[in-house]
Design a protein around this ligand. Structure first.
Ligand SMILES: Nc1ncnc2c1ncn2[C@@H]1O[C@H](COP(=O)(O)OP(=O)(O)OP(=O)(O)O)[C@@H](O)[C@H]1O
Ligand SMILES: [Mg+2]
Length: 689
């Protein structure tokens, strides 16, 4: 990503040159977009490798909307290039994940069927048992009707009717029982699948989140889960029902017309052959169709997040064309699947018609078949014909339901893959952080984000005592934020040790570790909900404390002026607050947690000098009164001049580390050079004004 950003910057002169066919200079809002952390930069800026932006010619304004096919091919071409790209590690990793998804092919593994049966629990067995009983009831009722003349003669019509009514009633009871138990088990299955997959996603390592497009996750939690919620239940109910129906009908027809055996065997072989052909392609098309939704969700998500950039570069047509191409691809797959289903339906109907006509023929011919035949009474012939129809319907329904169940099990398979992902580590351990002093020590720490990526921390070593403050400076990409990733164990370190309160963090539970730390991030995050919820989501503090923290960050007056007070609703992402206010809110949120170690990653980069000074003042007071340990990453040198120590980072290492005043006073130090450069820049700015 970083390479893409630099490539994009390198392109700027040509991009802004209308003579070169490029767009006019982007509006200031775009500069803000560029200054966002790379994971937030709207995707259009990262599209250099996808074909729509030429690295040599800049943006080429399209005069007409490319055809759907062109748009799609463009996307695919971009994807292919990304597959072969080994420059940008992020993309390489993404492709690894995509490939893993593509390898799910062939028949569904027994593991998926087992996962399904396990998740359904005892309900499956109850459903099978009740099915057996109700099928026996159906059989009995058919035979009862088949022998009605003899039975009504022997028992009397009323008694025969009574027995028939009893049989029918028991069928109703067992059918109702079967449906109830099945609904209950299905509900449990959906809930289990959802909870397991959701928990696995929440607990998965950051590397997984970095490399998995949101659209893919949304797809699994929407259309895949919906299949498990509704379609799967209906298909399994239908499958079990039709299997028992088939068995019952076959036995009835066989009982009345034994010669049907000769017809049924080759017909079953034909059924088997047809279903084999269909299931193979149906399953794979279903897999492709399931996957085809992910880029659609992804595209919508990208377009919403990057709407300002898309408008600035006038790429609306490209994005809508791309979405249309993706939708079209998905619809094509759905239509293909439906075509396959029609193909199957036609053949099954033909075979069904074959069975029914053969039964009718055999019923008529039976009397003439010599030793093989016997005369069939009128009611028995009626029963045989009715059940022959049911037999062909049941066979058709088995195949339909089996293939649909398999297609729904593709969704189970996809959700099971999520549930089985490795998590990021234990949450709670015996080890606890009891000391009040938040000392931090890094010893020769090496870290890389993923095995295929280069090392970003290369033997980082420093140590600060509890209750002190550390300022971290360094060029973009020096590894400052990576230091925090390692401290929070967002990304596991390769070697070296990190000690917090004198304890090795690798032995701590993630909850224990993260509770001891509070962060004010570069990109302030507001949650949809009240101010109270934003500050204290777990409702552990009373209003007085919350107002107290708001007062510290000088936001009390702002919210007091609102009629709702702490009940003021913050909209999604905190959009109805200014960036500075959001930053102050995050600051209050961090302070209210009462963690001993406070970390600021460029927390004041997007606020004015006054707000910056205010935040620094608040923090200094907290540090003094509560002996907090603070680690402040800042590009603005003035922000960290008051810190006890300074760490200058270069290429993942500590280039300099020591007391701030000492380093600033050493003319040959890198930090002194940074201070001088910052002062000169400040002077230039003042002169320009
Ligand atoms: N999630 C990630 N996945 C892969 N590589 C990453 C990730 N985050 C950062 N990097 C890489 O790690 C290196 C150090 O990045 P880091 O974010 O730590 O730099 P930084 O010093 O905080 O820069 P800045 O001042 O711009 O915030 C960079 O080369 C970057 O590309
Ligand atoms: Mg950073």
């Amino acid at each position: 990503m970083e390479e893409l950003r630099s490539a994009e910057r390198a392109d700027e002169p040509e991009v802004t040159s209308p003579a070169a066919g490029g767009l006019p200079a982007p509006p200031p809002s775009l500069d803000r977009a560029r200054s966002l952390p790379h994971e937030k930069v709207p995707s259009v800026l990262t599209r250099l490798d996808m074909g729509e932006v030429s690295p040599t010619k800049g943006f080429v304004r399209s005069t007409s909307l490319p055809s759907e096919q062109e748009q799609y091919e463009e996307c695919e071409e971009g994807r292919r290039r990304r597959r072969t790209s080994s420059v940008d590690g992020v993309e390489v990793a993404r492709i690894t994940e995509e490939r893993a998804e593509e390898t799910e092919e062939g028949s569904l593994s027994i593991r998926v069927w087992c996962a399904f049966v396990r998740a359904m629990g005892w309900g499956v067995w109850v459903v099978i048992a009740t099915n057996c009983v109700s099928t026996a009831g159906y059989l009995l009722s058919a035979l009862w009707i088949g022998h009605w003349p003899e039975l009504s003669e022997q028992m009397g019509t009323t008694d025969a009717l009574l027995v028939y009514a009893l049989i029918s009633f028991s069928i109703v009871v067992f059918t109702a029982m079967r449906l109830l138990v099945f609904q209950y088990s299905s509900l449990r299955l959906s809930r289990n699948m959802h909870q397991k997959a959701l928990w696995a996603v929440i607990r998965s390592p950051m590397a997984w989140h970095d490399t998995t497009p949101t659209g893919r996750v949304v797809n699994r939690f929407s259309s895949d889960l919906q299949k498990v919620d509704t379609d799967l239940q209906n298909n399994v109910v239908g499958l079990l029902r039709s299997m028992f129906d088939m068995l019952a009908s076959f036995l009835v027809v066989l009982f009345v017309v034994p010669l049907i055996f000769v017809v049924v065997v080759p017909t079953l072989a034909a059924y088997f052959w047809i279903q084999k052909l269909y299931r193979k392609s149906g399953r794979e098309i279903q897999r492709m169709a399931s996957k085809s939704y992910s880029p659609i969700y992804q595209g919508v998500d990208e377009a919403i997040n990057g709407v300002a950039t898309i408008r600035a570069y006038e790429k609306q047509q490209y994005f809508s064309g791309r979405t249309a191409a993706r939708v079209s691809r998905s619809v094509r797959l759905d239509l293909t699947l439906q075509g396959c289903q029609r193909w199957l339906g036609f053949r099954l109907k033909m075979l069904g018609a074959c069975i029914s006509s053969m039964v009718a023929l055999l019923v008529v011919l039976h009397a003439y078949l010599g030793p093989l035949g016997r005369s069939i009474s009128g009611p028995a012939a009626g029963v045989a014909l009715r059940y022959a129809q049911q037999l062909s319907n049941a066979l058709e329904s088995i195949l339909n339901n089996l293939t649909s169940t398999e297609q729904c099990l593709v969704a189970v398979e996809r959700l099971t893959t999520y549930s089985e992902m490795p998590d990021e580590g234990e949450l709670e351990t015996q080890e606890a952080l009891s000391s009040v002093e938040g000392s931090v020590r890094f010893e020769n720490v090496f870290m890389r984000y993923r095995p295929e990526l280069p090392t970003v921390l290369k033997g980082l070593t420093f140590s600060i005592p509890g209750g002190s403050s550390l300022g971290v400076v360094g060029r973009t990409g020096a590894g400052k934020s990576s230091l925090l990733q390692a401290l929070f164990r967002m990304c596991p370190i390769e070697s070296g040790t990190i000690h917090l309160y004198g304890k090795d963090v690798s032995g701590l539970g993630l909850h224990t570790l993260r509770k001891a730390l509070a962060i004010i991030p570069q990109d302030p995050v507001g949650f949809t909900g009240t101010v109270r919820f934003n500050l204290d989501p777990f409702m552990q503090n009373d209003d007085t404390r919350i107002w107290g923290e708001l007062e510290k960050v000088q936001l009390k007056a702002h919210f007091e002026a609102k009629a709702e007070g702490l009940g003021f609703m913050v909209t999604a992402g905190g959009e109805n607050l200014s960036v500075g206010q959001r930053q102050l809110l995050c600051c209050a949120r961090a302070l209210i947690r009462g963690a001993r170690i406070l970390v600021l990653d460029e927390a004041t980069a997007s606020v004015d000098f006054t707000t910056d000074a205010l935040i620094q003042q608040v923090l200094r007071k907290e540090v003094e009164t509560q002996q907090l340990t603070t680690i402040t990453i800042a590009h603005r040198i003035s922000t960290i001049l008051g810190a006890d120590r300074v760490l200058v980072m270069e290429e993942g290492q500590a280039a300099e580390f020591g007391p701030t005043q000492d380093l600033a006073a050493t003319p040959t130090s890198k930090f002194a050079a940074l201070v001088t450069a910052a002062q000169a820049a400040e002077k230039r700015k003042k002169n320009a004004i």
